[in-house]
Design a binder for this molecule. Structure first.
Ligand code: PDD
Length: 295
């Protein structure tokens, strides 16, 4: 639980978190009929906001939910939710569902979408996690076939993450039928194979992570070759693994299914990418003038 008072936005109103409610017949509650985004905000500067809003629009289009408001209004609401919560570095959550209707699978015409926004502290990884790296497990991918949509239907990911925790691991990585690594429950996974940065190509089996995209851009700048192709954990010359996500930036993954990745310590390329990314985030934070209010 956050110790600080939290403010949420629900359908036109900023309200204390404890009073933030949606209807029990919201289709998000009944059918997971909705989509979401998680956006980092450093000192009032949103990281890759245009990319997040473009992905939000792609998700809305894919499930035919109309935008709840104009782009400019949503941007203003994002600034507001950041400013009304007491965090300098925050993760802002956006959820849009199809709206409220008597429970029936068929979509009622003319529904008003539900829009919910929250802001929470952006967690920083512990020194121990950075030194020892993330521990992972693999699981057969039991998710649906449109993982490119940022859908709120996350039951498989919830169960995957829970199983990871029960097996003393941090994250579960999904494998396709041939044993290729797709991504994690809430992260993308990248490997270093033969000195090249390898990750699954963008298709319906993975979410196009905004942080993944940034990692690939930074790799380019650092003259690290990027290869987007299906890959397996048992490939020869696989020396490093790393995960990416808005809430973790880049983190080394040092053990998967009880076996060390490479030497079992954070890899050189991983830590170069992490340093480059953290530098970018720190610059964004330093440029930011704003700070969430304590009101
Ligand atoms: N998860 N893959 C999946 C399945 C994800 O849920 C996420 C993000 C990512 C990484 O995407 P990005 O770099 O754009 O954050 C990849 C968010 C953070 C979440 O569910 O909390």
């Amino acid at each position: 639980m956050d110790a600080e008072p939290l403010t949420a936005y629900v359908n036109g109103h900023f309200v204390p978190m404890a009073e933030a409610m949606v209807h029990i017949e919201d289709r998000g509650f009944q059918f997971a009929d909705g989509i979401y985004e998680v956006i980092a905000c450093f000192g009032g500067n949103f990281l890759d906001l245009d990319q997040h809003l473009a992905r939000l629009q792609r998700s809305l289009d894919a499930v035919a939910i109309p935008a709840p408001c104009a782009d400019a209004e949503l941007r203003e609401l994002l600034v507001q939710i950041y400013q009304r919560n007491p965090f300098r570095d925050a993760m802002v959550y956006v959820q849009i569902t199809r709206g409220v209707a008597a429970r029936a699978h068929l979509i009622t015409a003319g529904l008003t979408p539900t829009l919910v926004l929250t802001a929470r502290r952006l967690p920083a990884p512990s020194d121990a996690k950075l030194a020892q790296g993330v521990v992972g497990i693999t699981l057969d991918d039991i998710r649906w076939k449109r993982c490119d949509i940022k859908s709120i239907a996350l039951l498989a990911s919830v169960l995957g993450k829970q199983e990871a925790m029960q097996r003393d691991a941090d994250e579960a990585f999904w494998l396709d039928r041939e044993g290729h690594v797709l991504e994690g429950c809430a992260t993308n996974l990248l490997a270093v194979i033969d000195g090249k940065l390898v990750t699954h190509p963008l298709d319906h089996q993975v979410l196009g992570g905004i942080t993944r995209h940034m990692a690939l851009e930074l790799a380019d700048e650092l003259a690290i070759t990027v290869v987007e192709r299906p890959w397996k954990l048992n490939e020869q010359n696989l020396t490093e693994c790393m995960l990416t996500s808005t809430t973790n930036a880049v983190l080394p993954v040092c053990r998967i299914d009880g076996k060390p990745i490479g030497d079992g310590v954070p890899g050189t390329i991983t830590m170069r990418l992490r340093a480059a990314m953290c530098k970018r985030l720190a610059q964004l934070s330093a440029q930011g003038s704003a700070q969430g209010s304590l009101a």
